[in-house]
Design a protein around this ligand. Structure first.
Ligand SMILES: [Zn+2]
Length: 302
């Protein structure tokens, strides 16, 4: 593929913020290497600075990707995300490449949003396709932080759950301790979507909304089939900003609409159109020829 065809322009960003509530205990596992022997069998991830449990953005992003992949029936699983002996096939475009007659990441609903890497043995022309969506790490809200800090469970801000499995043949017990963030805990989330192509904004955001809806009927983190990781995401206002806003802080280059979960088809269309360069140029002409619309005449906020 020619180099110029790979140019990616940034028209602006759409910021999605809100709160994730744990409707059941949540277990996002950490490596055991850093904890004492004889402690929990399965500890949760903690922020090394505050020691508070947190949810890595990669955990949420990875789950959303996997769910969108599952419902995108036209996408063929083509990569092994597991090991050689225990393969777990998943889909990932070979970066930008359109090799094998398959469309590359810019044309793929999953890879366009969540990114794709070229295969190591891929063609010389193949390039990684960085995700349009960034998912920040999720930290506890102040209220949850205070509430969890006051817990008397023997663990800092978490609870532990004792589980026992019985070997069906020998009847031997296999007890273990699982650490989890208690039900009711709330985390702040932030996702940022890069607007590169107004024509695909609607589809990308609709796909993200779909993945979030399915997640709420699925689970986040470990042991979902046993009731862990039931979460609800509540979106605050969606903030759309053109690149100009970052340059000038001009209020006209920023707008706020409802939360992602509340946006309908028409609102997605409007949002996409707002970012289209030629549309905005036309709007400026239209508003300068009609004195009734706000734009230039409205008073500047101090
Ligand atoms: Zn793909």
């Amino acid at each position: 593929m020619a180099e110029h065809a790979m140019a990616r322009k940034l028209l602006g960003k759409i910021e999605l913020i809100g709160t994730l509530e744990c409707l059941s205990g949540l277990h996002i596992g950490a490596s055991k290497e850093n904890i004492e022997i004889g402690a929990l069998d399965s500890p949760v991830m903690r922020d090394p600075v505050t020691d508070a449990p947190y949810i890595p953005g990669s955990s949420l992003k990875g789950k959303l990707r996997a769910l969108l992949e599952k419902v995108s029936l036209e996408l063929q699983p083509n990569r092994n995300g597991g090991t050689r002996s225990n393969p777990v096939m998943r889909h990932e475009c070979d970066g930008w490449s359109t090799g094998d007659g398959q469309p590359g990441a810019p044309h793929c609903p999953v890879c366009r949003l969540f990114g794709s890497t070229k295969r190591s043995e891929g063609s010389r022309d193949a390039k990684n396709y960085p995700a349009r969506l960034k998912v920040r790490d999720l930290h506890l809200t102040d209220a949850s932080r205070a509430q969890l800090a006051a817990l008397d469970t023997g663990l800092h801000m978490t609870e532990w759950k004792f589980e026992n499995s019985i070997d069906r043949i020998t009847s031997a017990a296999n007890p273990r301790n699982l650490e989890r963030v208690p039900k009711g805990a709330e985390f702040t989330f932030a996702m940022v979507y890069d607007v590169e192509d107004p024509d695909t904004v609607k589809e990308d955001l609709q796909n993200l909304k779909l993945a979030v809806q399915i997640l709420q009927a699925d689970s986040l983190g470990g042991h979902g089939s046993r009731g862990y990781g039931w979460v609800e995401l509540r979106f605050g206002q969606t903030r759309a900003r053109k690149v100009d806003w970052y340059r000038t802080r001009d209020e006209a280059a920023q707008k706020e609409v409802e939360g992602l979960d509340a946006l309908n088809d028409e609102q997605f269309d409007e949002l996409a159109k707002w970012f289209a360069p030629e549309e905005s140029a036309r709007d400026v002409q239209a508003s300068s020829s009609s004195s009734s619309s706000g734009g230039n005449n409205s008073e500047e906020a101090a």
